[in-house]
Design a protein around this ligand. Structure first.
Ligand SMILES: NC(=O)c1ccc[n+]([C@@H]2O[C@H](COP(=O)([O-])OP(=O)(O)OC[C@H]3O[C@@H](n4cnc5c(N)ncnc54)[C@H](O)[C@@H]3O)[C@@H](O)[C@H]2O)c1
Ligand SMILES: [Zn+2]
Length: 476
């Protein structure tokens, strides 16, 4: 058993719960990440050269200032768990953004890792993610919907982190069948496989999303905390984006969203994440699967797919800034989100795997379900400003009255339950995290694919411009 780190408040005792700040131990995740970054940077430079030589074209030069020193990001302690605590963990979607970081952290913690990933071409333009994988990691290129691939992947596995999914909110509205197939059938296939092999899984961690809430929690001065309904398309079309109190019509403000807020999926993607939660919840209740559901908020950081035009606001804004294009702020840039750095999300994944008992989020919840967010509400405009500052170049921000169907106006996390049960607290500020993201993204080769994604959504009527811009005090 590891001992509590006495220097750090908010740390649980028991194995697997000790997070320390950089400097507390000789080798930290930070050092690990830096070494990885350097080797990757080297490889990238080679790719750039090879590309220039082959094509005769020069990729756009990037002039982004970033500090020479690594960011003082918090770190997981590298440990070697005693035999009883060591787990062989299957990470589905382990070649993706969050998966890559999770696999590294598992190794650092002394666990074994196996990956099941189909290298979805929308995320992966080549098999670089597989080539970069630590040789200690077993990698199965296969599909989470394929029972044979799943059976192979589950062999002798102690715990599962289920990340494999399609993640585009807008895209899910016209690729419904595909999203339901991958996200829902994929989860069902995985659960079938676990049941067939006998539930030897010591833990099953599901990557869910804040999307299940739809609009987050709001408060009205007169009526206190309220739940707003889905935004009315007619009202949106008039350029009135901020929700109002359903009881009195007064303006409302966002407050932290707890796990017991009634889910109100606003997109097919959200529906699939809710369905995944329900499948896993049922398996936990009826079959005793020791499951923990983590609702990630908006995750950002290095290794995020720069080629996927449908997800990742930070990657989309970065690509536009790098291409010298203006950053378009939909809905006036006023909508807000909870941006959480990937290192914090990984810490939550590891905690959910390593805690000795599956905790309850609250008395009402049957499945252990926790928000994984920063707990901070940040407007999209502010995000663009922080990103520009981190990149060292002020990209022009263009305020528009464009809006996407299926988007919500505001949602940020109440992390009280995650803190109590998992010892989880997000530690990376937006400024620190954005510097880490920009430093990595600047070393990558990528074009701006955002217009392709926007054009597709526009063609299908999923991205539209409000006809009448909002007037101050416009009644709903
Ligand atoms: N990134 C975020 O902001 C965020 C927020 C909330 C929830 N999540 C959830 O976290 C999980 C991981 O997200 P991410 O951002 O790392 O996404 P990602 O797209 O970077 O990674 C997903 C990985 O899954 C793989 N995959 C897709 N379909 C598959 C299939 N049928 N079989 C096997 N592998 C398949 C892809 O190749 C990819 O490597 C997802 O479940 C997502 O819904 C992410
Ligand atoms: Zn009211």
């Amino acid at each position: 058993m590891l001992k509590r780190n006495p220097q750090h408040s908010g740390v649980l005792s028991g194995y697997g719960q000790s997070y320390v700040r950089k400097g507390d131990l000789e080798r930290t995740l930070d050092d690990f990440a830096r070494a990885h970054h350097q080797s990757e940077h080297g490889r990238c430079a080679q790719l750039h050269r090879a590309d220039r030589e082959n094509s005769g074209r020069t990729p756009p030069e990037v002039h982004l200032s970033h500090a020479e020193k690594p960011n003082p990001l918090p770190a997981l302690v590298p440990i070697t768990p005693q035999d009883g605590a060591r787990m062989r963990v299957l990470v589905t979607g382990g070649l993706g953004f969050i998966g890559t970081h999770t696999v590294k952290a598992l190794l650092l913690r002394g666990h074994e890792a196996r990956v099941l990933d189909n290298l979805d071409p929308q995320i992966h333009t080549d098999d670089g993610a597989r080539r970069r994988l630590d040789p200690r990691v077993e990698c199965i290129i296969g599909d989470v919907r394929n029972p044979d691939d799943v059976a192979l992947a589950l062999r002798d596995i102690d715990a599962v982190v289920h990340l494999a999914a399609l993640t585009g909110v807008g895209q899910s509205m016209y690729e419904m069948r595909h999203y339901i197939d991958v996200n829902c059938s994929g989860t069902a296939t995985l659960l079938d496989g676990i049941v067939r092999q006998g539930i030897r899984s010591r833990r099953f961690v599901l990557a869910s999303s804040r999307a299940v809430y739809g609009e987050g929690a709001y408060a009205c001065d007169q009526h206190g905390e309220i739940r707003v309904t889905k935004r009315d398309p007619v009202v949106l079309a008039r350029g009135v984006f901020a929700p109002r109190c359903p009881a009195c019509g007064a303006p409302v403000h966002a407050v932290p969203t707890r796990e017991d807020v009634l889910p109100q999926a606003a997109s097919v993607y959200a529906l699939t994440k809710l369905q995944q939660e329900q499948q896993v919840g049922l398996a936990a209740d009826t079959l005793g699967l020791p499951a923990v559901v983590l609702r990630y908020f908006n995750v950002y950081g290095s290794q995020q797919s720069l080629s996927n035009p449908y997800t990742g606001i930070a990657t989309i804004f970065f690509a536009r800034a790098r291409a010298g294009r203006a950053i378009e702020l939909y809905e006036g840039g006023e909508p807000s989100r909870d941006f959480v750095h990937v290192s914090d999300v990984v810490a939550a994944n590891i905690a959910a795997l390593e805690i000795s008992h599956v905790p309850k989020a609250n008395a009402a919840a049957t499945t252990a379900t926790f928000n994984v967010g920063s707990g901070v509400s940040t407007s999209v405009r502010r995000l663009a400003e922080v990103l520009s500052a981190a990149a060292g170049q002020a990209a022009p921000l263009v305020t528009t009255t464009m809006y996407r169907r299926g988007d919500v106006y505001a949602c940020y996390a109440d992390t009280t339950s995650a803190r109590r049960a998992l010892g989880f607290t997000a530690r990376v500020s937006l400024e620190e995290g954005m510097r880490e993201f920009v430093r990595w993204a600047a070393s990558q080769r990528c074009g701006d694919h955002s217009e392709r994604g926007a054009a597709e959504l526009s063609r299908l009527g999923l991205l539209t411009n409000a006809i009448v811009p909002a007037l101050v005090g416009d009644p709903q």
